[in-house]
Design a protein around this ligand. Structure first.
Ligand SMILES: NC(=O)c1ccc[n+]([C@@H]2O[C@H](COP(=O)([O-])OP(=O)(O)OC[C@H]3O[C@@H](n4cnc5c(N)ncnc54)[C@H](OP(=O)(O)O)[C@@H]3O)[C@@H](O)[C@H]2O)c1
Length: 305
């Protein structure tokens, strides 16, 4: 059994990880901040993690074996509006947590992003040159560097995932479902490529790597590259919605504030070599997303907020 301290447990990844992992051979203590859970099946507490001493206190009190650091300012346009907060949360906080984790000999897994690359090429490997375009991406890259400088044993995973959230709108996939199920049109970018991974598949991989002796940066994204438009079409087809409701558009016509990298596809060869097998496929991940929908999981997860 491994005891995980999960930061950002009110967020998309942290909450799904906690629900998937706690009580199934492992234990989770979740940390929320401004949006505490109203109830949960796992232990959860509240903490403003940028408060000096907050992480020390959490480790002293809960004695986790692994810190899974999911907390971030993950809204790309919010980062553009408040670069100082983005730097504090996405760059300085991970470094501080890495420092404390080293001091207490607690394993740290830090969640980073595919957006550290400018997307001019795609299929990036871990040691390829980074060139983040937005405040979000720049501060996340600074966070990676701060983690490695403070704790060279830390594991950094660059991810891209989808799933259901307590807020109901944290994931592109659930936004597609919300609009298409109501018969409403939705834009799908044809010129942004990425490798989405189901959040349950990602959670299982994070548990698996927590007990392996991996350190440094690993790419942990889905094995199939597609445009955001194609992603929407695949969701529509799986759920039985009208795929024609998804309108193919260019990101250049979207009016989004922050610059987006056009090709966020990553090579996962390093991770596959470490695991000795392939990563879960896209169709299986999409089926899990659909099965959760059929079972009422979106309503269940919203009831925790
Ligand atoms: N979503 C994606 O597709 C995607 C893609 C690539 C990488 N990532 C990365 O994956 C990780 C998880 O993202 P997500 O989508 O799950 O994020 P999210 O839904 O926006 O959740 C962010 C979490 O961080 C917490 N948080 C923020 N500032 C905090 C602070 N000062 N102290 C304590 N907690 C704080 C929030 O707590 P409260 O809400 O309670 O305040 C919330 O639980 C992030 O590192 C993100 O950069 C996400």
């Amino acid at each position: 059994m491994t005891h995980f301290l999960v930061t950002g447990v009110s967020g998309l990844l942290g909450l799904n990880f906690a629900l998937a992992v706690d009580g199934k051979k492992h234990q989770v203590t979740g940390v929320a901040n401004t949006a505490p859970l109203t109830w949960a099946t796992f232990k959860n507490v509240e903490a403003e993690l940028t408060r000096p001493g907050a992480i020390d206190d959490l480790i002293d009190t809960h004695k986790p074996e692994v810190i899974l650091h999911c907390a971030a300012l993950a809204n790309v346009d919010a980062c553009e509006n408040d670069p100082a907060l983005a730097r504090q949360v996405n760059a300085e906080l991970p470094g501080a947590i890495a420092e404390v984790s080293r001091k207490h000999s607690v394993r740290m897994i830090h969640i980073s992003t595919d957006a550290v690359f400018d997307g001019s090429r795609g299929n990036y490997r871990e040691d390829d040159e980074t060139n983040p375009l937005s405040v979000y991406a720049k501060t996340k890259l600074e966070g990676e560097r701060a983690v490695l400088a403070a704790n060279s044993d830390a594991l950094i995973t660059r991810v891209n995932f989808y799933g259901w959230s307590a807020a109901g709108n944290r994931s592109l996939a659930e936004n597609f479902v919300t609009r298409l199920s109501a018969g409403k049109e939705m834009m799908g970018f044809t010129d942004i490529l990425f490798c989405p991974m189901n959040i349950l598949d990602l959670s299982a991989l994070l548990v698996e790597v927590s007990s392996l002796n991996l350190r440094g940066i690993y790419h942990m994204v889905g094995p199939e590259a597609m445009s955001k438009y194609e992603f929407g079409r695949r969701i529509a087809e799986k759920f039985g919605f009208d795929p024609a409701l998804i309108k193919p558009v260019s990101v250049n016509d979207s009016g989004l504030k922050a610059a987006r990298s056009p090709n966020l596809t990553l090579s996962t060869e390093k991770l596959r070599a470490a695991l000795g097998r392939d990563l879960p496929d896209f169709a299986g991940g999409l089926q899990k997303f659909y099965d959760q929908y059929r079972r009422g999981y979106p309503e269940y997860i919203k009831s925790l907020a």
